[in-house]
Design a protein around this ligand. Structure first.
Ligand SMILES: [Zn+2]
Length: 326
């Protein structure tokens, strides 16, 4: 489908797409983009659209470093010489693209995770604090989905909310949407519900969305996922077993990509629940499992197969074997 420059208010426009791109008109000719879209072919179409409108891209502000938001950076920068700005770790990742799949997977990523879907070409990125950034665009910190995600508020009362909120279609399709820090996400979503702007543009939902309603749906989905995890952990459970139960419950296709992205998010939920004093890790034999805190070996919950930690007994046995020279 051809890209379209859609007016929002005053000098603020956006290009509706699988990842929406914000456009702020700095003057008659120059624009600043908010994100650059998912791929180089998208960036090519975006450049053609700008040329057809007589517009020139002078800057790009990246809301965060996920590949579907910065995939056009390198091509647009090479063709226009535009300046690109990003915050903290997001800038580091855009300049060192292998960090992104490494962070998703938690280790050296295999070839499919080093594909363009996860790892976009490197671009040269300046910090948001650089005085060359268009200063009329206000930066709103929206941490949670990633380390240092930001939103951009324009003088026309439009707030680009990046991936702080999943769109309704995404929530009903995936349920477990990508999050890095659950506590930060909850605070960010609660704060978004009372923002003063008149219009909001999430990256993966239409611009005309009802923001308080979308905030409520996102909060309710986070609480549902949290409850689903707690329900599984009535019985001590390894990470892969927990993931399998969640994949089954939410009809998620099992493949390396979903395992990587959903696995990352579920580990973040475990960190959050551990910090909240609701779950804890327990060694069973040579497996690390997760369980509800205060769940006792004799807990009479049906189906509970929890056995006390035998690690110490194993360790004693092996030390004894070592001593005996066996
Ligand atoms: Zn994202």
């Amino acid at each position: 489908m051809p890209l379209e420059l859609t007016p929002l208010c005053g000098n603020t426009y956006y290009i509706p797409a699988s990842t929406n791109v914000g456009v702020y008109r700095l003057n008659e000719r120059d624009v600043c983009l908010i994100d650059s879209g998912p791929t180089e072919s998208f960036a090519q179409s975006l450049l053609e659209l700008m040329r057809a409108q007589g517009l020139r891209i002078r800057s790009i502000i990246c809301t965060h470093s996920h590949p579907d938001h910065i995939g056009g950076n390198a091509l647009i920068q090479a063709r226009t010489g535009c300046r690109i700005f990003a915050s903290g770790c997001e800038r580091e990742i855009a300049e060192n693209p292998v960090l992104q799949p490494s962070l998703f997977f938690g280790a050296y990523p295999s070839a499919p995770l080093r594909s363009a879907y996860f790892m976009v070409p490197k671009s040269h990125v300046l910090p948001l604090e650089d005085p060359q950034r268009p200063q009329m665009l206000k930066i709103i910190p929206l941490p949670g989905h990633t380390f240092n995600q930001i939103g951009v508020s324009t003088p026309d009362g439009v707030l680009f909310t990046a991936d702080a909120l999943a769109g309704e279609e995404m929530l009903s399709r995936f349920h477990i949407t990508f999050l890095y820090d659950i506590a930060a996400s909850l605070s960010t979503i609660e704060a978004l519900a009372s923002r003063p702007e008149k219009r909001f543009v999430p990256s993966h939902a239409p611009a005309a969305c009802n923001l308080p309603e979308l905030c409520r749906k996102n909060l309710s989905m986070i609480h549902e996922i949290k409850s689903s995890i707690l329900a599984v952990l009535h019985v001590p459970c390894g990470l892969d077993e927990l993931l399998a139960r969640l994949f089954e419950r939410y009809h998620t296709p099992v493949n390396l990509i979903q395992y990587t992205l959903v696995g990352h998010t579920v580990r973040s939920y475990l960190s959050y629940l551990y910090d909240q004093g609701q779950v804890e890790p327990v060694a069973q034999g040579f497996t690390l499992k997760w369980k509800l805190q205060n769940l006792q070996p004799t807990d009479p919950i049906p189906g509970n197969r929890y056995k006390p930690d035998r690690t110490a007994a194993y360790a004693r046995r092996y030390r004894q074997k070592g001593k005996d020279g066996v």
